[in-house]
Design a protein around this ligand. Structure first.
Ligand code: HEM
Length: 501
């Protein structure tokens, strides 16, 4: 009898528990997305029928005109999706102290996870203050030479495709980006442009391999417990590879007193003196000493956060330019004018004058933001302005950049590539949080300047020499891969290349 009662009670209790969990938002008066056991509202993304951002976009379209936010569930975890642009702006900027963290696993046991992207609270703030001066425009100008030299190697690679077999643009640009960031962040010649199977490319790819199960554990299990159970954010061979490169580089530089114009040099200055030199003079401002662990984690994250983002954006831009020959011509004209003005040379100053180029990149980032949603963990109880809703410490918010970028009320004809979305007039008519491929506020992408420099340099070098057209096998509408962390096309982006006079 007891056994029968127990057998009946278990499913009933389970049902009540699931129902209770799945009405968290409803009970708080928040509209909620459809929910299905066991994946919550992310069934389509988890079963890889669509990307995470498309999964969110489905519900965004349904709710955004009626509500400032709505609720979703990742398995049983409530996720707060904010659609109101003013509220997003507050969360990222003026109310930032309530949402300081990204909610990415980090633990002292795993040195590379203690990087600026994953760190939280005071530890993040201290590191961010120390690293910010390594990204000033003066420092970018210092590194421009390395980036420019590598863009010439990219040109040589692309040249071999002129009137020849089509260029797999994603691969070529990824190899260039890997060489650039490996050179600036690790101070080594990765040689991916010459050798597509170089170790840096192999391990670079591994950083971006999807890790859905690990991610889920990190959401639901205490991080100290996970670490004690041997959990690792990165595969151990990847960690080993990068730590060895860091060790060799740091030892070599310090033993031989080598100075190069790259991030490694800046990080080592901070490690040894807590200060940076500006035009050869030590700055008066002490940034604070970096530890060896900070240096290793920073070299790693500059590489990890920098190469895939810039490489996918450049690939999508070249793809759109191949689809829109008029825009490609106009951009080429601007590049040539700027080159002429600077004595036929590509210079750092010249890059800043490529205003149409800037619009084209910004439009690409609108259509294809590499990080399509921004996650924030509530770090301090938040009373939502003009509402009764309270977001508690530890709750997770998502700011759906991709959905907003593709919202017809924010950007007319949102699926069209139109650089005029970034004319002064169009910008002035929009609230800043309508376009946020780099995030915003104190936690905004620290490498934005470097990213622009790298992308503009390669595009200027390529367009001043080549014309790109769509290869017959490349579709005019791309589909997005469901198994990648950054936005990536399923299809190979193959372009035909011809020389321009
Ligand atoms: C197209 C280029 C890039 C895009 C679209 C991009 C996008 C982003 C986004 C969305 C974030 C999170 C911002 C937030 O939460 O508000 C971020 C953070 C970050 N990015 Fe980038 N990024 C790019 C290039 C780079 C480059 C080239 C580097 C390094 C050389 C870099 C290093 C970082 C770092 C270290 C962070 C963490 C900042 C922090 O948490 O304080 N990124 N990036």
């Amino acid at each position: 009898m007891l056994l029968i009662l127990f057998a009946l009670a278990v499913p009933v209790l389970l049902y009540i528990y699931v129902k209770w969990k799945y009405t968290y938002w409803e009970r708080r008066g928040v509209a909620q997305a459809e929910v299905k056991f066991p994946f919550g509202s992310f069934t389509n993304a988890i079963l890889r029928k669509m990307t995470v951002e498309q999964n969110i976009q489905q519900f965004y379209g349904k709710f955004k005109d009626r509500y400032r936010y709505f609720g979703m569930y990742l398995f049983f975890q409530p996720i707060w999706i904010v659609t109101d642009l003013n509220l997003i702006k507050r969360i990222l900027q003026s109310d930032f102290q309530h949402f300081t963290d990204h909610n990415f696993y980090h633990h002292n046991n795993e040195i590379l996870t203690n990087n600026i992207f994953n760190l939280e609270g005071e530890r993040w703030r201290t590191l961010r203050t120390k690293l910010t001066p390594t990204f000033t425009s003066g420092k970018m100008k210092m590194m421009f030479g390395i980036v420019h030299d590598l863009s010439k190697q990219l040109k040589t690679l692309v040249e071999s495709h002129v009137n020849n077999k089509p260029l797999l643009v994603t691969d070529a640009v990824a190899r260039y980006s890997t060489d650039v960031i490996a050179s600036c962040a690790f101070g080594i010649e990765a040689n991916c442009l010459e050798n597509p199977d170089a170790a840096f490319r192999k391990y670079g790819r591994k950083i971006f391999e999807p890790r859905p199960y690990k991610f889920l554990f990190e959401q639901f299990v205490n991080w100290d417990v996970l670490a004690a159970l041997g959990h690792q954010f990165h595969p151990s061979d990847t960690t080993k590879f990068f730590l060895e490169v860091v060790k060799e580089t740091v030892e070599y530089r310090e033993k031989n007193n080598i100075r190069k114009n790259d991030f490694v040099h800046l990080l080592l200055q901070l490690k040894n003196t807590g200060k940076l030199t500006e035009d050869g003079d030590l700055t008066n401002n002490s940034q604070g000493i970096l530890t060896y662990r900070d240096v290793a984690a920073s070299m790693f994250i500059f590489y990890g956060a920098g190469f895939e983002t810039t490489s996918t954006t450049t690939s999508f831009l070249l793809y759109e330019l191949a689809c829109h020959q008029d825009i490609q011509d106009r951009l080429r004209d601007e590049i040539r004018e700027v080159l002429e003005k600077h004595g036929g040379k590509l210079t750092y100053e010249g890059l800043q004058e490529m205003h149409y180029g800037q619009k084209c990149i910004d439009e690409t980032l609108r259509l294809y933001p590499p990080l399509a949603v921004h996650m924030r963990k509530c770090s301090k109880r938040y009373q939502v302005p003009d509402s009764d809703l309270v977001i508690n410490k530890g709750d997770v918010a998502i700011l759906p950049a991709f959905s907003i970028h593709r919202d017809p009320n924010v950007f007319p004809n949102p699926d069209e590539f139109n650089p005029e979305n970034f004319s002064d007039e169009a910008r002035a008519g929009r609230i800043c949080s309508a376009w946020m491929p780099f995030g915003d506020g104190p936690r905004q992408c620290i490498g934005m300047r470097f990213g622009y420099m790298q992308m503009k340099t390669s595009v200027a070098t390529l367009l001043s020499n080549f014309r790109f057209t769509l290869h017959k096998s490349t579709p005019t509408k791309l589909t997005f891969a469901c198994n990648t962390i950054t936005m990536t096309a399923v299809e190979d982006i193959l372009l035909d290349v011809s020389k321009v006079d």
